[in-house]
Design a protein. Structure first.
Length: 128
């Protein structure tokens, strides 16, 4: 019978996502740090949603704020021209983030999203 002595995971490398946004005209740069919840990390692995897809959804997706959560919805019309070749694998990605802690609660693909009460998204997270 084999005995496992220890298992080490690089949690900071796998679960943390850092996004840097820069506005060259205003000479302004902001870093956002997001962290996967256990649920989100598992679901993203199962659904084939990597850090790049999450970063694209957060930076280019539409923000909807509801009940203390932020929904980043990457619709087909939000995908930048430079990424149109990957349109089919990027469109309709949804990233659900806690509005208080920047923890990614879950991510997935959704063909149709309805019944959101659009409110003003948190300006610190949603850039045009």
């Amino acid at each position: 019978m084999a005995m496992i002595i220890s298992i080490n995971f690089e949690k900071t490398d796998l679960r943390d996502i850092q996004i840097s946004l820069a506005d060259k005209q205003k000479k302004l740069a902001i870093d956002f740090n997001f962290r996967h919840s256990n649920h989100s990390f598992k679901r993203c692995s199962q659904r084939g949603i990597d850090k790049d897809k999450i970063s694209i959804a957060i930076t280019h997706g539409e923000c909807v704020y509801k009940q203390g959560l932020i929904y980043f919805i990457l619709g087909e019309h939000n995908i930048p021209g430079s990424l149109q070749k990957d349109n089919s694998r990027l469109k309709n990605i949804v990233v659900l983030v806690s509005g208080k802690t920047n923890e990614i609660i879950t991510s997935g693909c959704q063909a149709t999203l309805t019944n959101f009460n659009n409110q003003e998204p948190l300006p610190s997270l949603c850039w045009e």
